[in-house]
Design a protein around this ligand. Structure first.
Ligand code: C6P
Length: 409
């Protein structure tokens, strides 16, 4: 595979040219929090508002027709991107969090009773934890967790034991936002199905970075966010198999999700509209579609290969710094995320000093508190990479950490 032309790619992202301090250009190592946006996405949204803005599925004028067409084209484009057979299986949400809540409220409340078991993992983001905890409290559903090993992998033997509890649902992240671990999603799903469970994959970190095909995976629900894949904030996706979505009750009530309304009752619309109440984020769907085109023009295999190269280099370099402890597995089982601690400084202080050098990283628990508890550390500093990340940026990070050591040592 040809390596990416990173210099050309970086020119697509205006923000990367920004000087953060005099003479210090931005080194953006926080793409797991949100990715930067290429000109193509910014322009697609700008064009929509300048030229086609209208409410959709309602008007008869040309603007309404164009806006509706753009919104439904975006749905088809997203379906193609993840290999869905039918665009009706794509529900637009605000983000991954809302997509998972939709499943917990709609599927969960219609299908789960006291004593039913849901299997999650110890490495979940709060978004794939709290909605199930809320459901568990309300319905006395039992939550069980696949343990995480010391080197940041899921303990598959323990998983097989948990499956003997006949769970109704197995919900897990395909890629950890802290450890970077890429979980064996296909195998987890196959085993869950053999045990009679349905599956939900949190694809917030995987869909932007590695090829994901819902038919190959045979996953029942997949949730992800546009803003982590070069698209806008306020746009997310829930993929669901047609047979499941059709049986599920609506999530939110209001306009567009109905076929007919009487004073005391309503008849729901067909999928996907049944799950999209109210005026949707049309410009954001247009932006997401432009992001999909952008990622396709580069190729998801090439993106994954580039990030693998950068993360391998980062691990090699950071491992040479005494006092640095890196969480998670080796580069072969990891996406572009490196979370670490430094023995002599708090993660927040590390991030602050790196920022003085123009390097943007994230410090804290990264919305995965139970995972940090598992490793008995309150917080980590996290560097995360994307298509536009370079080896030189990793070198800046290493130099920045030397500065931190000089200050605290
Ligand atoms: N993680 C991070 O810095 P939303 O906020 O709904 O777009 O995505 C939630 C979410 C769900 N699952 C995983 C694995 C995630 O990483 C995230 C978002 C960001 O790690 C913001 S906390």
């Amino acid at each position: 595979m040809n390596p990416l032309d990173i210099e050309a790619i970086r020119k697509d992202f205006p923000i990367l040219q920004r000087e953060i301090h005099p003479g210090k250009q931005l080194v953006y190592l926080d793409s797991a929090a949100t990715a930067q946006k290429p000109t193509r996405v910014i322009e697609a949204m700008d064009r929509y508002y300048r030229w086609s803005n209208a409410n959709i599925h309602r008007g008869v004028h040309v603007l309404a027709e164009e806006a509706t067409m753009l919104y439904e084209d975006a749905r088809r484009n997203v379906a193609g991107f993840i290999g869905a057979r039918d665009a009706r299986e794509i529900i637009f949400t605000r983000n991954t969090t809302e997509a998972i809540n939709l499943v917990a409220y709609s599927w969960g409340r219609a299908n789960l009773q006291a004593g039913d078991v849901i299997i999650l993992t110890e490495m979940e983001h709060h978004s794939n934890l709290v909605p199930w905890q809320m459901l568990a409290q309300e319905r006395q559903v039992r939550l069980e967790f696949i343990p995480v090993t010391d080197d940041g992998l899921l303990d598959m033997e323990e998983y097989q034991k948990l499956l003997m509890l006949a769970p109704k649902l197995v919900a897990f992240t395909q890629m950890s936002n802290v450890l970077g671990t890429i979980n064996p999603a296909g195998e987890i799903i196959r085993l869950a199905h053999d045990a009679g469970a349905i599956t939900l994959v949190d694809g917030a970190q995987s869909v932007p970075h590695i090829p994901v095909n819902v038919v190959d995976l045979d996953v029942d629900f997949l949730a992800f966010s546009a803003h982590k894949m070069c698209g806008p904030m306020g746009s997310g996706v829930l993929y669901g198999k047609t047979a499941l979505l059709e049986k599920m009750p609506p999530f939110l009530g209001g306009g567009d999700m109905i076929r007919k309304v009487m004073l005391r009752s309503y008849a729901p619309n067909s999928i996907p509209h049944k799950f999209e109440a109210g005026t949707p984020a049309v410009a954001e769907a247009v932006g997401l579609s432009a992001a999909v085109d952008y990622l396709n023009s580069i190729g998801m295999d090439a993106i994954a290969a580039h990030e693998h190269e950068i993360v391998s280099y980062a691990l090699e370099q950071l491992n040479q710094i005494p006092g640095v402890r890196i969480l998670g597995p080796d580069a072969d089982r990891k996406g572009g995320v490196v979370s670490f601690t430094l023995d002599i400084a708090h993660p927040h202080d590390v991030a602050q000093i790196l920022y003085r050098h123009g390097i943007a990283v994230r410090a804290g628990h990264h919305c995965a508190m139970p995972l940090h508890d598992r490793y008995q550390i309150p917080a980590t500093t996290r560097a995360s990479f994307y298509i536009y990340s370079t080896r030189e940026e990793v070198d800046h990070l290493v130099q920045g950490l030397e500065q931190v050591k000089a200050i605290f040592g």
